[in-house]
Write a protein that binds this ligand. Structure first.
Ligand code: MOS
Length: 751
């Protein structure tokens, strides 16, 4: 059983508690707004109270005289901030390119028109409240019904140029017309707000070395590039630090105007300036998942084979920006269908820029496609699991490429077994327990996989410790722990002897904490860095006078479990790297590693995605109109799971968020002034502990070595994909009501 023992001693795949857990629970971990500096000033932005029009007059005199106030900044005195433009060299991304105060036109409610700077937060807030604005006001367009704007086929978006005719094969229209069974439905998802507990925050300061920003960001490297451009600095003159992030969900992926505002204020004041958004501003100026309206047309044979699939979606966007909500991302490959057409359109609204939000595109997209599949199954009287099995593709029919690894059928089989799906009676309201009506539903899911470019350093130190460094960041998902595990795997020392350094642009360039790609991206960089450090150690071992390996060739030496040893002799005879470094009088040796970007790069031989499915039970009490999600079984095919504890936690969190998507979350805009109305955590309802059911998470573990050496794909966002369709199917099964506009409201269910 030596093979098994070997597997069980590797840190990879072991249930590993967070290495940063102790500093977090003891309050020692410093989040962006926890850092304090001498002479610190506080900035509070002033937001427009109209959503469309022009700023005519700003009265600041009263505010300027208030206690502790150092400045009221506005268009006349902010100084130059350059409008960043997409750079094909760097791919640096910004969801809202317009710098604060660039012109007097108001395009959305909350748009910054001024900022108060004072010696305390309270004084800055009071002064911000005292600034008076006069507007020329027009009626904003926050209309919820979406009609596509008259855009050309090829449009520039935040993520590059996109064709509105996104994917096409066969003749979808003709095949739909002649299909024996047809389904033509429209599914709507509302605007949703990211609600990480940690508010967006920036502290900016300038000195001879340039601009330093402490920022609650999911991407220090990207933020540096954009801010360097906005302040006309070489990127080496901008340093971004993000040590701990109180979650992001995508709204912290790319910079927002308040970061530039803090930097400009610090420049103006010659002192560090801290700017922390209010919870209300979190609904206005830092992105949201845009509203989508998706028409799905499916044609099928009587025995359930898809013959045509058309997916035409429209999403809302802001006046100036081009966030692309790619609802059609999964449609071309999720199922086998010979005739397919996917198109999209956009509808401008007087709403702040939209943004990636956990599982962008695929999450609303799969809600529509998986809902259509469930409706088709009911219409055909075929079990919904069976319908998916019938239409399981052999290859990615959109790209015409094989999947690197797809085990959807095993996910369905395991999920059905763990849930007890075979006991399902498909009759509406036919299943009961303890006086409650039960509804059972399911759905499939998928999510992108691949790598961002990444670099890392690994150091071996003469005290027997090691370190790993990478300018990525941990947004609460477990990145500190994963880097420790990967380093421990190579270096063979316990996790508590490994220091992990993240969240600082002084470190080797690392990936965004986005797309659930960070883990897969850092694997080759960390392994390469460790291998190079080990190679240097072996050189030292073979060449240092007094070393037991002096005189041996380097290729006769090996390294494992923190020790160098002769190949023939086994690791037990080895010498610890700390001893060798001390002997060589070398305090530390360093290795560097690098992994290339594969995500979004043309020419891949494989289609790379994760897959999975959810099974959901709801309970329904018609007497009091009480709907609950009672239990969930989720099965994921996400490659090798490096840390089952963190991986499971990611899926559980995503399912909890998915319950919010299905039953609670939506931002509503006031048609009069364009303000997000429910812009507080009391009014924007999210899933809380009392709403969260038992969640049974399983992984079918097939290492995907196309992605990286250990076979790990991503494991965050996929958990949110599909879950809303599974819940609405369960609601239909319990109540007979088919809800096609999220969230499901109690009113929808009152016959
Ligand atoms: Mo995720 S939307 O890539 O933070």
């Amino acid at each position: 059983m030596s093979a098994t023992q070997e597997v069980s001693t590797t840190p990879i795949g072991r249930r590993t508690p967070r290495v940063d857990g102790p500093v977090k629970v003891s309050g020692m971990a410093q989040y962006t707004s926890d850092f304090h500096f001498e002479e610190l000033l506080y900035a509070v932005p002033v937001g427009a109270t109209i959503a469309k029009g022009r700023l005519l007059k700003l009265e600041t005199a009263e505010a300027e005289k208030m206690p502790g106030v150092r400045a009221i900044l506005h268009r006349e005195n902010i100084g130059e901030i350059i409008h960043s433009v997409p750079d094909p060299e760097t791919f640096a991304i910004c969801e809202e390119r317009r710098p604060p105060f660039e012109d007097d036109i108001i395009r959305y409610y909350g748009q910054y028109i001024a900022a108060a700077v004072a010696d305390t937060f309270e004084n800055a807030k009071a002064a911000a409240d005292a600034v008076r604005a006069t507007y020329e006001t027009e009626k904003p367009n926050v209309e919820t019904h979406l009609e596509a704007d008259d855009d050309p086929d090829l449009i520039p978006t935040t993520f590059g140029e996109k064709h509105r005719l996104q994917s096409e094969r066969g003749d979808a229209e003709a095949a739909f017309e002649s299909a024996p069974v047809k389904l033509d439905e429209t599914y709507i998802t509302p605007t949703e707000a990211h609600n990480p507990l940690e508010l967006h925050a920036t502290t900016a300061m300038w000195d001879d070395s340039g601009l330093t920003l402490y920022d609650s960001t999911q991407g220090v490297v990207n933020l540096r590039l954009i801010l360097a451009e906005m302040f006309a600095l070489p990127k080496e003159k901008v340093r971004v630090i993000s040590k701990f992030v109180g979650s992001g969900f995508g709204n912290k992926l790319f910079p927002w105007p308040h970061t530039a505002l803090a930097a400009a204020a610090a420049r103006q004041m010659g002192r560090p300036v801290k700017l922390v958004l209010s919870r209300k501003m979190m609904f206005q100026t830092v992105g949201h998942r845009p509203r989508t309206q998706q028409r799905v047309r499916v044609g099928a044979t009587l025995d359930g084979k898809l013959v045509s699939l058309q997916h035409d979606y429209i999403y809302q966007r802001s006046i100036l920006d081009g966030h692309h909500e790619d609802c059609g991302e999964t449609t071309p490959f999720q199922y086998s269908v010979p005739n397919l057409r996917v198109t999209f359109g956009r509808a401008k609204r007087n709403i702040g820029a939209s943004a990636d939000m956990r599982g962008p595109g695929a999450v609303p997209g799969l809600y529509a496609i998986e809902s259509a599949m469930n409706e088709l199954a009911d219409r055909l009287k075929i079990d919904p699991v069976g319908l998916r099995v019938i239409n399981e593709p052999k290859i990615d029919e959109g790209l015409g490429l094989p999947f690197s690894s797809r085990h959807m059928l095993e996910c369905l089989e395991l999920g059905a077994e763990k849930f007890g799906w075979s006991k399902r009676n498909p009759g509406i309201g036919s299943m009961k327990r303890d006086g409650l009506i039960l509804g059972w539903g399911m759905a499939g899911c998928s999510w992108i996989a691949g790598r961002f470019g990444a670099e890392a350093n690994v150091e071996l130190r003469d005290d027997g410790t090691a370190s790993v460094a990478c300018a990525t960041q941990d947004i609460g998902t477990g990145t500190y722990t994963i880097l420790a595990q990967l380093t421990a795997e190579k270096i063979g020392v316990p996790l508590d002897k490994i220091e992990v350094k993240l969240g600082d642009t002084l470190l080797p360039e690392g990936p965004l904490s986005g797309g659930s790609l960070a883990t897969s991206s850092v694997v080759p960089a960390v392994f390469g860095a460790a291998d190079n450090a080990i190679a240097s150690l072996i050189t030292i071992a073979a060449n240092t006078p007094g070393s037991p390996f002096k005189g041996y060739r380097e290729d006769e030496l090996k390294f494992a479990n923190g020790k160098v040893f002769l190949k023939g002799d086994g690791v037990k005879s080895g010498v610890a790297f700390s001893d060798l470094l001390q002997l060589a009088d070398c305090r530390v040796i360093k290795g560097s590693g690098k992994g290339d970007q594969t995500f979004g790069v043309e020419g891949s031989k494989f289609s790379t995605h994760s897959f999975g499915c959810h099974f959901v039970e709801v309970t329904w009490q018609p007497e009091i109109a009480r709907l609950r999600v009672a239990r969930v079984v989720s099965v994921m095919d996400a490659g090798r799971i490096l840390n089952p504890l963190a991986g499971r936690n990611q899926i559980e969190g995503a399912v909890v968020m998915g319950i919010g998507m299905a039953l609670f979350e939506h931002t509503t805009y006031d048609p009069q002034n364009g303000a997000p109305i429910n812009s507080s955590l009391a009014d924007y309802v999210v899933t809380v502990n009392a709403d969260a059911p038992p969640i049974d998470v399983h992984f079918v573990e097939y290492p995907d070595t196309e992605i990286n050496e250990v076979g790990a794909r991503g494991i965050g966002e996929i958990g949110l994909a599909g879950i809303a369709a599974a819940i609405t199917a369960a609601v239909h099964h319990a109540t007979g009501v088919r809800v096609r506009e999220l969230p499901v409201k109690i009113e929808d269910l009152l016959g």
